[in-house]
Design a protein around this ligand. Sequence first.
Ligand code: TPP
Ligand code: MG
Length: 558
Amino acid sequence: MSAPKARMGGRLLVDQLVIHGADCAFTVPGESFLPVLDGFYDVRDKVKLVTCRHEAGAANMAEAYGKLTNRPGLCFVTRGPGATQAAVGVHTAFQDSTPMILFIGDVGADFRDREAFQEVNFLSMFQPLAKWVERIDDVKRIPEYIARAYQIATSGRRGPVVLVLPEDMLSQEAAVEDVERFTPHEAHPGSDELLKLQKLLASAKRPMAILGGSGWTREACNDFQRFAEANALPVGCAFRFQDLLDNNHPNYAGDVGIGINPILAERVRTADVLLVVGARLGEMTTSGYTIIESPVPRQKLIHVYAAGEELGRVFQPTLGIVASPVAFARAAAALTPIENPPWKGSVEEAKADFNAWSARREIPGRVQMWDVVDYLNKHAPDAIYTNGAGNFATWLHRFHRYTGFRSQLAPTSGAMGYGVPAAVAAKIARPERTVICFAGDGDFLMSGMELATAVQYEAPIVIVILNNGMYGTIRMHQEKNYPGRVSGTELVNPHFAAYARSFGAMGEIVEDTAQFGPAFERIVASKKPGIIDIHLDPQAITPNTTLDKIRAAAVKKP
Ligand SMILES: Cc1ncc(C[n+]2csc(CCOP(=O)(O)OP(=O)(O)O)c2C)c(N)n1
Ligand SMILES: [Mg+2]
């Protein structure tokens, strides 16, 4: 065997990404990692380097890419200012258990610990934000660290990894061998655990299932669907994971998240056996740990999770099963179903509750949001829908029928500014899919500049802005708690359609329901990215109530 050729650190690093299957990376460049950018130049036919306008956008794109593809999303940023701006994407990946690798160009070892230009101790900074953070000090060990980063990001409870790259290390040369492509390893359920599961289910009167978390595939969703059908189980989906079962499927009972249908919340609370697969059961999914109580749930909890550390951490399960969603769903689909279960009717009951909850209702103003979402349900059923955080997301979560894996990209962390970059990443990764972002007027402007990235990379996404002239969510909480005392929540917005046009994108204004369909069609026909600025009546704060009603109810409170 001939000796390996010497390569500069940057090139060596990029070669490893190619070995591990990378086809795309997101960046805002910095002088701290020029050798990496140079390495990307050599592999430009294999890896698309997407240049973004803000590191939060780049990191959110990498996160969304990880969510969509199950492969680590890659993000390259520079030291202090770049890494601090990228931190939000790492936090989102952590809360959503998304595989992602953030690479940070850092000061050289020769200047370290002097608080040199833009120097931050990233090992401390990312310690509580990332699954693993490490610095590569020896150029020869780049292949080892990159392989480990891929392994950690995609194993057990998936999550973000941060690798710090000292500038001097990247420009050194090393003659080392590449490593083999990494292999993700999955935990499988044992036969005794599956027997226990069957026994628990056979003893149940009111069981239900909740799906969530990362590591699912379309096949796994189909497998679980077959298991749910065979056992007549109503299935809820955890907060922001509404696409793990087709919402039109008879067994789909609704989303177990923020603003949950009270009847569904009661169904979860009063279930005797609760089969939870892949969901970590966070605050939003458990209605603040009330419908599933910590540490000992009142339901018999069967908790299936890809990592043992998560089982019993917040909820003590009756039966904990360490298994990936893929391995568990496959095994569950092969189980003999419970014969003629006493809860058979609960599937239709739960579906009827869901249909009533998501049925058309009038809201104040000339734009009826049920009709807008219904239009999209009919004309873009299989689109990928993205959103950030704000009350506006309720229209989508409540009225849209997600048609299955992977048609939703949204942050469990409630991070505003996620929807636009997520949509850009989704369109780049899946150009054949329609991609629609829902954003609030507040939410949109946190990352609206990534419209430039959409234009640059010819990613024709549709952004629907719900423009109510305020940080409506916080205003709603103000009216509940401090009625009539509006503070810090009003917004004066730019002309969003003109803003879009200034990027070379389409801009549409919708002031009446009937204008939505034609505006959407014009954007789709243009094959350009576009914004639809919906002027929403500020009173239409949720599908259930108005700002005035909230204020009146709050004033009445003693
Ligand atoms: C990055 C970030 N900053 C602040 C918040 C707190 N927050 C939650 S919702 C919200 C307002 C969202 O406003 P907008 O996007 O206009 O949506 P609306 O609630 O008006 O529909 C704010 C400020 C957050 N979740 N994320
Ligand atoms: Mg708003």
